[in-house]
Design a protein around this ligand. Structure first.
Ligand code: PMP
Length: 424
């Protein structure tokens, strides 16, 4: 009976009373495949949580982790402490980033990175003598993690409500409208806005592609009004959109880029922020200058950084970064026939190796938590996908064989049939 098996593990984003006793117990993984405790195999069409871009059990990453554990297992980088993997990783990530004179601040994940970027944005204007520039603008349907700033600028209503007041001086604008962004800047007063946070392709909020020209237009509005343009590349980076940071698909120069997930192949927890030289400069200029009194215990963790260095090697050696773009048309093509399904309102695909399948209003009305039901139905077909507010997302590892994309399309088609069958 749900609720009576008595798990002590409280899962994120879970209806625990329903989950308790009905968990999917994962046991092993290999490449793009995951096996449960009963030996059933599933195609990992979501790369865990859009993060295992190299697939699972990557030998080079495992070896790097083991070697680093045997050398310097753990030490902080607070103050003047450092370690070679952290230094090398920051240098490589800075060189790869489309950011001028970049510095890299390392964290434990995406939410950490977003709140780091938000605090840095506010601190920047304090140093610039513009302390009234506090406001941070996000977008509807945006997802930026679960910390204070990330929750406050998130645009998924179910996630932002129920906590009482959020951070002051934050707001969201319709995700696809440049006039709405411009109006919001004027409503607040542009001289009071510190930053605009933008996922190149919105992920958890629905896999929503930006309208043509939106990203460039938003960056231009930010520049015009002295507002920092901050890219949340937590999902889009490391090949998901076919480039290192995803944002290279657009003709913009961000002031900061938050990253996580794929940086370590999703294998160990790691994130960070690429920060432009203009923002970082006061902190690096001369002793006695400003100090960023911020950072998690595991910032620059040597084992996580060694894993990431090995992951970067594999991305490079196996030419995996461009695959996110090379396969985007193939993924869109295998999902295209789903548009004919009576339960499907739309298929959102074509930019990077990720896609959203939105259910019709009728399909959602017919089944309680239809996205969750569709996710479970796909699991019965041997395909792991992720529920979205209106349907499901797919984001397989970049290592997926072109032919295996068809398994995703077929599995979802069968799952949709099963979902509709329960309506009758
Ligand atoms: N930003 C985006 C765009 C994300 O997708 C996520 C996680 N799904 C986060 C931030 C938060 O990252 P984390 O879960 O590592 O804190």
């Amino acid at each position: 009976m749900p609720g009576e098996s008595g798990t002590r593990l409280w899962h994120p984003f879970a209806d625990m009373a329903a989950v308790d006793g009905a968990e999917l117990m994962l046991d092993a993984a290999d490449g793009c495949w995951v096996t449960d405790a009963d030996g059933a195999r599933y195609l990992d069409a979501s790369a865990s949580l859009w993060c295992c871009n190299l697939g699972h059990r990557v030998p080079e990453v495992n070896a790097a982790i083991a070697a680093q554990l045997d050398r310097l297992d753990s030490y902080s980088t607070f103050g003047d402490y450092t370690n070679a993997p952290a230094e090398q990783l920051a240098a490589r990530l800075a060189t790869l980033a489309p950011v001028d004179d970049a510095r890299v601040f390392l964290t434990s994940g995406g939410g950490d990175s977003i709140d780091t970027a938000a605090k840095l944005a506010r601190a920047h204007f304090q140093h610039m003598g513009q302390p009234e520039r506090l406001h941070i603008v996000g977008r509807t349907h945006g997802y930026h993690g679960t910390h204070g700033f990330g929750t406050s600028i998130g645009g998924i209503e179910a996630n932002t409500s129920g906590w009482g007041p959020l951070m002051p001086h934050t707001s969201s604008v319709p995700y696809d409208s440049l006039p709405a962004l411009e109006q919001e800047l004027h409503r607040i007063g542009p001289e009071r806005v510190a930053a605009f946070f933008c996922e190149p392709v919105i992920g958890a909020g629905g896999v929503l592609l930006p309208p043509e020209g939106y990203v460039e237009g938003a960056a231009a509005l930010c520049r015009e009004h002295g507002v920092l343009f901050v890219v949340d590349a937590v999902i889009c980076a490391f090949g998901r959109l076919g480039t290192w940071y995803g944002i290279e698909r657009f003709d913009v120069r961000p002031d900061m880029i938050a990253f996580a997930k794929g940086v370590s192949g999703g294998i160990l927890p790691l994130g960070g922020v690429v920060v432009s030289g203009e923002i970082a400069q006061p902190y690096f200029a001369a002793p006695g200058g400003p100090i960023l009194r911020h950072g998690p215990t595991y910032s620059g963790h040597p084992v996580c950084c060694a894993a990431a260095l090995a992951a970067l090697d594999v991305y490079e050696r196996d030419l995996l970064i461009p695959r996110g773009q090379q396969l985007e048309g193939d993924l869109a093509a295998v999902l295209e026939p789903l548009k004919q399904h009576p339960a499907v309102a739309e298929v959102r695909a074509g930019l990077g190796l990720l896609a959203g399948i939105g259910l019709t209003e009728a399909a959602r009305a017919a089944t309680p938590n239809a996205p969750g039901a569709l996710q479970r139905a796909a699991r019965h077909e041997g395909v792991l996908v992720r529920a979205l507010p209106d349907g499901i997302a797919v984001s397989p590892p970049l290592t997926i064989a072109q032919d295996d994309l068809r398994l995703i399309g077929d599995g979802i088609a069968a799952a949709l049939d099963a979902l509709v069958a329960t309506h009758h």
